[in-house]
Design a protein around this ligand. Sequence first.
Ligand SMILES: [Zn+2]
Length: 121
Amino acid sequence: MKTPKQIERVCDYCGGKQKFKFRGNFEAEPESKFWYACQKCKHVVLISIEELNLQQNANAQKNYRVYSANETYEIGEIIYHEEWQDYGKVKKKEISSSGYNIIVVEFEKLGPKRLVESFKQ
Ligand SMILES: [Zn+2]
């Protein structure tokens, strides 16, 4: 499993939902436990692979397509950007000034982004 670079969970130290950044694998059990640091209070906590799997399932959308510049998308469609590890909804379609087909996507974490679609080389 690929460990996410950043997760959101409730911090036991400062309370509330915080962003946690991946810090490394737990030395004694590198395959099943991982260090994550709270971005607010900087506390480092051990997170099990079970919790990460639950997190990923909660974030996963049922019907989505992995984004690829060669494909064509519909308004309202959910896409997943592998590099950014983020889901987004197609809001608008545009043609760029240089003639490219553009989709405007509202990403869960990154907010609105413009991506090329129907790209032909
Ligand atoms: Zn904290």
